[in-house]
Design a protein around this ligand. Structure first.
Ligand code: FMN
Length: 155
């Protein structure tokens, strides 16, 4: 059967940072969406098996870092390796920009740091609800969008 969620694509790809104690990860995520303006809430849907899922639960925060087209290769590294096995900041050649609770990504035009306020199990994913506690707008650039599978475009 056609994967019905593909009907919603293209979707913007984000880089999600997470940290618990000394452990960190960065994952690629297309399932990221605004939920509320006041308070400023964002949703993030993460498969429960991801290392990031564990770190977000324990660290109670996540960073939504919005990459531009030049970060496509770094995004693919973050989306195809696990933080259980590799330091993705090093492997993807990304720079930590320390937020209030977790590292954000210096190379991204925009980062939004969220503290975890709710968690819901939605089928095979966990819906994390985060409240924005810090926004960093570094520069203007077009976003990176997942068209489908490993096909990307810049808009
Ligand atoms: C373009 C792209 C988008 C992705 N979107 C999501 C997503 O929205 N949710 C999710 O759970 N995994 C998503 N993934 C998969 C994770 O990024 C991938 O499994 C990653 O290796 C998890 O890293 P971790 O084990 O360190 O958490 C995506 C992967 C790619 C390449």
């Amino acid at each position: 059967m056609e994967k019905m969620y593909h009907l919603l694509y293209p979707m913007r790809v984000c880089l999600i940072t997470s940290k618990h104690e000394e452990k960190e990860s960065i994952m690629a995520a297309s399932w990221v969406f605004p939920l509320s303006m006041d308070p400023p809430l964002f949703g993030l849907s993460v498969a429960e098996k991801r290392y990031s899922c564990d770190l977000i639960r324990k660290g109670k925060a996540f960073g939504i870092n919005i990459p531009h087209a030049a970060l496509e290769e770094a995004m693919i590294i973050c989306g195809t390796n696990s933080g259980r096995d590799v330091d993705k900041f090093e492997k993807a050649n990304l720079t930590r920009d320390e937020g209030k609770k977790i590292p954000l990504i210096q190379e991204c035009p925009v980062s939004i740091e969220c503290e975890l306020v709710e968690e819901h199990k939605t089928g095979d994913h966990i819906l994390f609800v985060g409240k924005a506690i810090e926004v960093r707008k570094r520069f203007e650039e077009k976003g990176l969008y997942q068209v489908r599978g490993m096909e990307f475009t810049s808009l």
